[in-house]
Design a protein around this ligand. Structure first.
Ligand code: AHR
Length: 675
């Protein structure tokens, strides 16, 4: 009896293995590098098309999702630094304190409320009973990343209450408790006072913690316990993580959209993003629970809050640093429609509209205006030169249109030069989309934001999406998009080469329609490997390092090779939108005097093309940049951050018959100087 069962099991296993190996073959291209014999003739016309590629064409979309702000871009290393989380001691532990035996414990910290301070509500009172080693530990954002020999600025506010707490010792420790750097503070005052000290890390450690011990006995009040690397982006005190901003800067983005995303809307109106609460002194910025904290049951992050240390001033400053147009998106009085969909009654919409008007004043107003003064007092008397403002994130239905109209009227009445971005909802088609587009067109909306998270096939099949859009209608902001591979483990593996290549193919259609499409951005922008809610994402980081995914490399290649004017590139008089698995777009850069040809081959075979350039002469020596990988499931990782990265070499154009052999599954850019 046993033998047939075993044989049958073996047979089934064999069939499954055979099927799996077939499946593998579908995605493995290294074995399938046959070169198709057909040569595809492409014609690039250097004559002016009269179509400009907007400087904003390729930008970035920032949202505080996946620990992108606190625990990510914002370099603060202490979680819950001002004890404002719902549980005021979340992120803090007192390993030697036993709250159930008040007489025996060597010390205890408990939260206390400030009398009448609405933005900074809590502090802690630490009671040290003896010298037996009371300890307070902060765990950081899934640990703290410290780099050997790097220095870190430590701050705290303290007020001595009773007895004499003589010294506060601050140490980096690893999980075994080994000390990896230390410093101390001597508190002197019974009034609130700020103290600073510096630690240097003795070792690189991704999951360090901060241990605080006290000498002396008595009671001391503490608040705003903060720790930042000295080495931040542009060396700004308490600034942004340098490695992450560098990745953004390397992309040369045309705009920075902030602060989201659904985070703009909030799950309820009370929890919407209110920019006014994110500017001014950091300790007065009222903390808010992050709407992504418990959004996905399988990805709970109940310790996810918004400190707003990265607030609207910092977003404007970052836009300026990156040379990107700031593009703030504001609540239009509708909470996230995937959650409560709470609506502010029309007669109560004024404060929301006023927020938009005041924001424009904050960015562009003279220092004598109330909000221009706030900007100036924060260290930026110069205007931020805001040109765009978004009304609502991803709203749909008549309630949105009704509210949008009120915003539009008020903004245009006071600031006719500001360009308003409206939204077409969460999907690229269907009832919400059709309705929103139709209504916004009737209102002569200037720019409409579209969102699509779809399969890689969808992206490959939709490269002609914008070919039929009305050239005289609203301009398009492809504000959130990403190819989502199906049935792939949740996380960085979703940023595989197939998804990135499919986006590259689709993006030929964005660029080819530059007359209509004025802004585009991949979403979401970044994710902490130990605390993400949503994947795929363009950049992954841990507490020490960050890397750009294959999708990032595609975005960067487009953004740093966008050109200024669109050119026509055709095969037999037609644009290439996927025929024979080929996609193409071309542009010239009037400043650099070069022609830029982008070619995407989504076939698992090499394909030969000839590129005939007419209209003007180009220099024969050019540059070819190729992005490819042997396997469609490949991706970059912390171990191999540059596995999929562009390869650049010289390319010689030998007249009209030069054959460019496009590698299987590749994205290629050819660049030649115009004579
Ligand atoms: O990018 C993640 C989310 O996707 C955004 O917050 C939202 O606008 C969209 O639904």
């Amino acid at each position: 009896m046993k033998k047939p069962f075993f044989t049958y099991t073996f047979l089934v296993a064999f069939i499954i293995a055979a099927l799996l190996s077939c499946k593998e073959k579908e995605v493995t291209t290294s074995e399938a590098k046959s070169i198709s014999n057909e040569i595809v003739n492409l014609h690039v016309d250097l004559k002016d098309s009269g179509i400009k590629i907007q400087p904003t064409m390729y930008g970035v979309f920032f949202e505080d999702i996946n620990f992108a702000a606190d625990g990510g871009l914002y370099a603060e290393m202490i979680k819950n630094r001002s004890f404002e989380f719902t549980n005021p001691l979340m992120g803090w532990s007192q390993p030697n304190s036993n709250k159930h035996s008040f007489n025996n414990e060597s010390g205890i910290a408990s939260a206390v409320k400030y009398a009448g301070n609405p933005s900074n509500k809590n502090y802690i009172r630490v009671k040290i009973n003896d010298d037996k080693g009371y300890v307070l530990i902060n765990e950081g954002f899934r640990g703290m990343g410290i780099h050997k020999d790097a220095s870190y600025n430590f701050y705290l506010s303290a007020s001595k209450k009773s007895g004499n707490v003589k010294k506060i010792n601050i140490q980096f420790i690893d999980k075994e408790g080994t000390v990896l750097g230390e410093t101390n503070i001597v508190p002197t005052s019974t009034d609130w006072e700020n103290y600073t000290a510096q630690l240097t890390a003795l070792k690189t450690e991704a999951k360090a913690q901060i241990k605080i011990t006290f000498e002396g006995t008595g009671e001391i009040d503490l608040d705003m316990i903060s720790l930042f690397p000295v080495d931040t982006w542009k060396g700004r005190k308490n600034g942004l993580r340098k490695d992450i901003v560098q990745l953004l800067d390397d992309m040369d983005p045309g705009f920075l959209r902030f602060p989201g995303g659904c985070i703009v809307e909030g799950r309820t109106l009370a929890r919407r993003y209110q920019w006014k609460k994110t500017v001014g002194p950091i300790e007065d910025r009222e903390i808010l629970v992050n709407r992504w904290n418990t959004e996905f049951k399988h990805k709970l992050t109940p310790d996810y809050f918004q400190s707003f240390g990265l607030g609207f001033f910092e977003y404007f400053q970052l836009s300026e640093d990156l040379g990107a147009e700031p593009l703030p998106i504001l609540s239009c009085g509708i909470a996230c429609q995937f959650n409560t969909g709470e609506l502010v009654p029309m007669e109560e919409l004024d404060p929301y509209v006023q927020d938009a008007l005041d924001l424009i004043e904050f960015a562009n107003g003279s220092i004598n205006t109330p909000w221009g003064k706030v900007r100036s007092e924060m260290g930026h008397p110069e205007k931020f030169n805001l040109k765009y403002i978004g009304v609502g994130n991803e709203q749909w239905g008549p309630a949105y249109i009704e509210r949008y109209k009120v915003f539009e009227k008020a903004i245009k009445a006071k600031y006719p030069e500001i360009i308003i971005v409206s939204g077409s909802g969460p999907f690229p088609d269907g009832d919400y989309f059709e309705y929103g587009m139709e209504e916004l067109k009737k209102l002569n909306a200037e720019i409409i934001d579209e969102h699509y998270y779809r399969s890689p096939e969808w992206f490959r099949e939709n490269a002609a999406r914008y070919d039929s859009y009305d050239r005289n209608g609203p301009k398009i902001f492809a504000g959130e998009y990403a190819a989502h591979p199906k049935e792939i483990e949740d996380g960085p593996k979703e940023n595989n080469w197939e998804a990135a290549l499919s986006e590259a193919a689709f993006m030929t259609g964005l660029e080819r329609n530059a007359e209509v499409v004025h802004l585009t951005s991949y979403a979401p922008l970044m994710a902490h490997i130990d605390a993400f809610q949503w994947a795929p994402d363009m950049i992954w980081f841990n507490n020490l390092e960050s890397y750009g995914t294959a999708n990032y490399q595609v975005q960067k290649m487009y953004a740093t090779n966008k050109g200024t004017d669109l050119l026509s590139i055709t095969k037999e008089g037609k644009p290439l939108t996927g025929q024979g698995d080929l996609y193409a777009t071309a542009a010239k850069d009037l400043e650099k005097e070069e022609v830029i040809i982008k070619l995407v081959n989504t076939s698992s075979n090499s394909q030969n093309v000839t590129v005939n350039i007419s209209g003007k002469k180009v220099k024969s020596k050019g540059i070819i940049t190729i992005l490819t990988s042997d396997n469609l499931v490949d991706g970059n990782s912390f171990e191999s951050p540059n596995k999929i990265s562009p390869n650049e070499s010289d390319f010689i154009l030998e007249g009209e018959k030069t054959v460019v052999s496009l590698k299987p599954n590749s994205f290629t850019i050819l660049k030649f100087k115009i004579k």
